[in-house]
Design a protein around this ligand. Structure first.
Ligand code: C2E
Ligand code: MG
Ligand code: MG
Ligand code: MG
Length: 288
């Protein structure tokens, strides 16, 4: 009896797996369709100096599914990352980001933008050329583009050479979700990295949890030592913002300051200057 129950369980399990695989395949096909038919868009979120000036923004991919509604990139990026689709999606994001930067330049706005680069995309042979060609075709100075990569990518054999090419061309390199991956801190010494993004997981309980506070403090100390910018992710409360400011974190990103929103809205706010500086005046918008 035990044996047949076991077999029944196995069958159920397999059926469950089959459904899961099938729904993943459907979702992947939907994603490809969205990529080809205008179903993807970028949202932008600010990166703020402690004094309230806007320093840069991050591009975050959005997918509006016709039936399921908004699907989180936390769900569809890992799915795309399993296959070649991530390459095409990543290229779409880079082209889109460059076209926004070019439009802003024409409007007299020079605001740097960070884009997320998935490991598979970064390791793809044509990646460096694609990035440089896309910037050049759009007429965007490379210094306006930051590539956010994760620590794991640094373990790839030719990552150092690629980073060197990109950094020499003038792009900025940020380590996203810093402190959550597996790699040695040696890379800070050897690789052209410009910025550390402190993962939201460390910021969340920063003001209550001594361990998180100690970790963040240590990260900020390392960053200072290596003269890197630091961006705290997921800043939601004034108390977090104040502590980060006191400890010398250079930039903050999070719902306290603003939420990711459509490019058109972000741009409209930039132009009305409500965004260029939250109190008075403007730093990022060059009057034309
Ligand atoms: P990430 O790069 O670490 O992006 C930060 C995430 O934190 C974003 O989630 C953002 O909306 C969210 N966030 C920002 N401030 C707050 C806050 O104060 N509180 C909370 N709870 N969340 C906050 P999102 O947009 O859902 O993106 C999730 C992840 O998906 C990103 O994490 C990134 O790893 C990936 N992703 C997004 N867009 C792209 C893309 O174009 N390409 C690739 N390869 N990955 C992307
Ligand atoms: Mg990011
Ligand atoms: Mg991040
Ligand atoms: Mg994160």
């Amino acid at each position: 009896a035990a044996k047949s129950a076991g077999r029944g369980t196995l069958r159920l399990y397999q059926a469950g797996m089959r459904d899961q695989v099938a729904s993943r395949l459907v979702l992947e096909a939907d994603l490809r369709h969205a990529l080809q038919h205008g179903g993807l868009s970028l949202a932008l979120q600010g990166q703020w100096r402690p004094d309230g000036r806007l320093a840069a923004c991050e591009a975050l991919l959005r997918w509006q599914h016709p039936v399921r509604g908004a699907v989180s990139p936390a769900e569809f990026i890992p799915l795309a990352e399993e296959g070649p689709l991530i390459i095409d999606i990543g290229r779409w994001v880079l082209r889109e980001a460059c076209s926004v930067l070019a439009r802003w330049l024409a409007l007299g706005i020079e605001l740097p933008m960070a884009v997320n680069v998935s490991p598979r995309q970064f390791c793809e042979p044509a990646f460096v050329h694609f990035v440089l060609d896309t910037l050049a075709a759009a007429g965007v100075p490379p210094r306006l583009l930051t590539l956010e990569i994760t620590e794991g990518v640094l373990l790839e054999g030719d990552a150092p050479a690629r980073l060197r090419l990109l950094a020499d061309a003038g792009l900025r390199i940020a380590i996203d979700d810093f402190g959550t991956g597996y790699s040695s801190l040696m890379y800070l010494k050897q690789l052209p990295v410009h910025e550390l993004k402190i993962d939201r997981g460390f910021v969340r309980d920063l003001t209550e949890d001594e361990d998180d506070a100690a970790i963040v403090q240590a990260m900020l100390a390392i960053a200072r030592k290596f003269r890197l910018d630091t961006v705290a992710e997921g800043v939601e409360t004034p108390a977090q913002a104040e502590l980060l400011k006191q400890q010398g974190c250079t930039l903050q990103q999070g719902f306290l300051h603003d939420r990711p929103r459509a490019v058109a809205l972000f741009q409209q706010e930039l132009l009305s200057r409500g965004l260029a500086r939250r109190d008075t005046g403007s730093e990022c918008v060059t009057p034309s």
